[in-house]
Design a binder for this molecule. Structure first.
Ligand SMILES: [Zn+2]
Length: 280
């Protein structure tokens, strides 16, 4: 096992492509954990199913979403070429089962336009549902749901992992699943990071920003962002190498797997993979 990791490390050091890949992944993780990015993304990811909204409110929400998109674009681009790449991969060149390449903002714009063009229709629906809610003590959730598109192209899966899903935030590949499973074994290192402990000797030390040897046991520590929302982790070298290899596999799978984007879906945060390609 130890030998395998050593070989893998040698291969990594010979591979200049991976340095670039590393650099991109570092920035990817940094932006992924960035509170400002999250704040803007939350404005862009619009879910109207939770509550009954007046069309004026809906229009405002879409307008804010579109403004957040451009704000995020400006912010990501300010990180240079990898920031630009991040934004393009996350929001500008997306794909789903219906479209091969689309820009996230276009869908926001078309929903906004739809609400503006069909304002009277939406107002009527709103009033009808509001009236229903007033009259009946039971909220009649099913009826309300029917007012909204059940096949909305964007389905946000709560608490789902981000980094291993595709751009619609809905689907995941088997390689992504492997990353998740491996990362779940690394959870204790997220605690090490929180407690500022060396992952080897478990002594309290000042953790490095990226990679550095422990001042006590002298072994190399890597600070890496987790993809399954466990925050930052203080990793041992062998775990970092394995994680990066899995992530590399995932990125390749994402690029070439024809199922990626419509084949495999993670249903919930317990990571149950289900084939959604069942024909009705
Ligand atoms: Zn140590």
């Amino acid at each position: 096992m130890q030998e395998d990791f050593k070989n893998a490390l040698n291969n990594i050091e010979d591979d200049t492509d991976l340095d670039e890949e590393d650099e991109y992944i570092e920035l990817f993780l940094q932006l992924n954990a960035d509170d400002y990015v999250k704040k803007l993304e939350n404005k862009m990811i619009i879910n109207l199913e939770k509550e009954l909204l007046h069309p004026d409110q809906v229009i405002k929400i879409y307008e804010n979403g579109i403004a957040a998109y451009y704000e995020l674009k400006k912010y990501c681009f300010s990180f240079g070429k990898y920031g630009k790449k991040y934004f393009q991969e996350m929001w500008q060149h997306l794909h789903n089962s219906k479209e091969k390449d689309f820009d996230f903002v276009d869908s926001l714009k078309s929903y906004l336009e739809d609400y503006k063009n069909n304002y009277d229709k939406y107002l009527k629906e709103y009033n009808k549902t509001a009236e229903l809610l007033k009259r009946v003590s039971n909220p009649l959730e099913e009826n309300i749901k029917r007012h909204y598109d059940p096949d909305a192209w964007y389905i946000r899966i709560g608490n789902r992992v981000n980094i291993y899903a595709n751009d619609t935030n809905t689907y995941i590949s088997l390689a992504g699943q492997k990353c998740i499973e491996f990362e779940e074994t690394l959870l204790e290192y997220a605690n090490d990071f929180k407690d500022s402990l060396c992952p080897y000797c478990k002594e309290k030390i000042e953790l490095p920003k990226q990679r550095k040897n422990c001042p006590l046991c002298k072994r190399k520590i890597y600070i890496v962002g987790g993809g399954i929302k466990q925050g930052m982790m203080a990793l041992k070298e062998e775990d970092k190498i394995k994680l990066y290899q899995l992530r590399k596999d995932f990125k390749i799978d994402k690029k070439y797997n024809p199922n990626y984007g419509h084949g495999i879906v993670v249903e919930d945060s317990t990571n149950i993979i289900e084939n959604t390609k069942k024909e009705p």
